[in-house]
Design a protein around this ligand. Structure first.
Ligand SMILES: *Cc1c(COP(=O)(O)O)cnc(C)c1O
Length: 399
C-alpha cells in the first residue's frame, strides 16, 4: 500500500481527534524516519519529546528484546526482578529517595495530584475536600478529566464538564500571582518549568527559584511537570536545574520510555511518598518488568551519551543560526536546549509552512496556529543538524 492508502484508512477508521501532517512513517532510526515510498525525513518533533534518545536506540532495543524472552508483565501483586534496579537508577539520576511507576504521562500527573491532596490532609491537617492546588494558565498536563479541569485551552476544555474542583489558575510566569493565590487550604503549586504545548513558553528568569522559596515558606508542595522538559531535552537533566529549584514532586514520562513504550513515574522523598500505603494507589501495568528493562536502558543512554550537554550545545547553535538568518516573518525564536519554537505573527497559519517543511524533508508540527516547535532527537549529529538547518532556513525564508 502507498502513503495515500494508509492515510485514507486512518481517516475512515480512526476518530478525528488529531489533524496530522499528511506523512506516513513506516521506518525510523536515530533522528530520521522514512515513509513507505522510501522518502527520508528529519524528525523534528521526536513524538513530543518522547524519543530524546533517537528512534530504535540499539542499547534500548537490546534491553527490550532480551526482556521479551524472560517476562513482561507480573502486576504489582508480586515482585519482579526489573522494577527495583530501574527505580534505583531513576532515583539516582533524579536525586530523589523514591519513585512511583505508572505508564502514561497523565497518570504521573494524577499521581502527583493525589499525593498532594493526601499530604494536605495527613501532614498538614486539612479537612478532606478542602485541598487546593495552584496551577498556571496555558498549561498542558494531559487529557484526563482532572488534567483538562486545570486547562485554559478551549480545545482541551470545552464541553467536558462537570470539572474536577480544587484548582486555582494563575498567570504563568508571575511568582507574585502564585504568592497571592496561596491560602491555608493550598497543598501544592503545580507548573511546567517551560510550557511545551503552549508553544515553548519560557518563564522569566528567577521564576522557578522564586516558586521554590514561596512554597517552602508557605509550607506547600512544589510540583513540576517535567514530562516534556525532562530527561535532557532542555540542556539539563531537568529544566528546574537551571535555577536549582528542586521540586518536592516531579512528574516524568515521555523519554523515560526511550521511544519504545509508555513509562511514567513521579519521584519524591519519603516524607511525601509515604502518604501512599498499600491499596491507596496503583496500576496494573505500572512497574512491569518490560518497562523496568526499557526504562533503565533509556536512562543509561541519557547518562553515557551525556545528552544534556549535547542538547545544550546544539540548542545554542540552532537558535543562533536561525536568528542570524534574519527571517522576515518570524517574531521570536525561543527555547532552551533542543526544545525550541519559532513564533510567527499573530494570526499566521503555520500549517502550510509545516507542509512545505515536509516537502523539504523536515517533520515539525505547529502548535496554536502561529508557532512551530523544533525538537529533534538529542542524538542528532552536528552534520545532520547542519543539513536540517539549511532546509529549515530555506523554507522559513519563503514562508
Ligand atoms: C505529553 C505531556 C503530558 C501527558 O503525557 P501523556 O503520556 O500523553 O499522558 C503531561 N504533561 C506534559 C507537560 C506533557 O508534555
Amino acid at each position: 500500500m502507498k502513503s495515500q492508502d494508509y492515510i485514507a484508512l486512518d481517516n475512515q477508521y480512526c476518530a478525528h481527534n488529531y489533524h496530522p501532517i499528511p506523512v506516513v512513517i513506516s521506518k525510523a532510526r536515530g533522528c530520521k524516519v522514512w515513509d513507505p515510498e522510501g522518502r527520508e525525513y528529519y524528525d523534528f518533533l521526536s513524538a513530543y519529546s518522547a524519543v530524546n534518545q533517537g528512534h530504535l536506540h540499539p542499547h534500548i532495543v537490546e534491553a527490550a528484546q532480551d526482556q521479551l524472552t524472560r517476562v513482561t508483565l507480573t502486576s504489582r501483586a508480586f515482585h519482579n526482578d526489573r522494577m527495583g534496579p530501574f527505580l534505583r537508577k531513576l532515583c539516582a539520576y533524579t536525586g530523589y529517595e523514591q519513585a512511583l511507576p505508572m505508564n502514561t504521562g497523565v497518570e504521573a500527573v494524577e499521581t502527583a495530584l493525589k499525593a498532594a491532596r493526601r499530604w494536605g490532609v495527613e501532614k498538614k491537617g486539612l479537612r478532606n475536600g478542602a485541598q487546593k492546588i495552584v496551577c498556571a494558565s496555558g498549561n498542558f498536563h494531559g487529557r484526563t478529566l482532572t488534567a483538562v479541569s486545570m486547562s485554559s485551552d478551549p480545545d482541551s476544555y470545552v464541553n467536558y464538564g462537570p470539572y474536577v474542583p480544587g484548582f486555582v489558575k494563575v498567570p504563568f510566569g508571575s511568582a507574585d500571582a502564585v504568592r497571592e493565590a496561596i491560602d491555608r487550604d493550598t497543598v501544592a503549586v503545580f507548573v511546567e518549568p517551560i510550557q511545551g504545548e503552549a508553544g515553548v513558553v519560557v518563564p522569566p528568569e528567577g521564576y522557578l527559584s522564586e516558586l521554590r522559596q514561596i512554597c517552602s515558606s508557605a509550607g506547600v508542595l512544589l510540583m513540576f511537570d517535567e514530562i516534556q522538559t525532562g530527561f535532557c531535552r532542555t540542556g539539563r537533566r531537568f529544566a528546574w536545574q537551571y535555577e536549582g529549584a528542586r521540586p518536592d514532586i516531579m512528574c516524568l514520562g515521555k523519554a523515560l520510555g526511550g521511544g519504545i513504550m509508555p513509562i511514567s513515574a513521579i519521584v519524591a522523598d519519603r516524607t511525601v511518598m509515604d502518604v501512599f500505603t498499600p491499596g491507596t494507589h496503583g496500576s496494573t501495568f505500572g512497574g512491569n518488568p518490560l518497562a523496568g528493562a526499557v526504562g533503565l536502558a533509556a536512562i543509561e543512554v541519557l547518562e553515557t551519551e551525556r545528552l544534556d550537554e549535547r542538547a545544550f550545545a546544539l540548542g545554542e547553535r540552532f537558535r543562533t543560526e536561525l536568528s542570524d538568518a534574519r527571517l522576515d516573518k518570524i517574531r521570536v525564536i525561543r527555547g532552551k536546549g533542543l526544545l525550541n519554537a519559532v513564533v510567527f505573527d499573530e494570526g499566521f497559519d503555520a500549517f502550510p509552512t509545516c507542509l512545505a517543511l515536509k516537502e523539504k524533508g523536515i517533520l515539525a508540527k505547529q502548535t496554536h496556529g502561529n508557532i512551530i516547535r523544533f525538537a529533534p532527537p538529542l542524538v542528532i549529529t552536528d552534520a545532520e543538524m547542519s543539513e536540517a538547518l539549511e532546509k529549515i532556513i530555506s523554507v522559513l525564508r519563503t514562508a
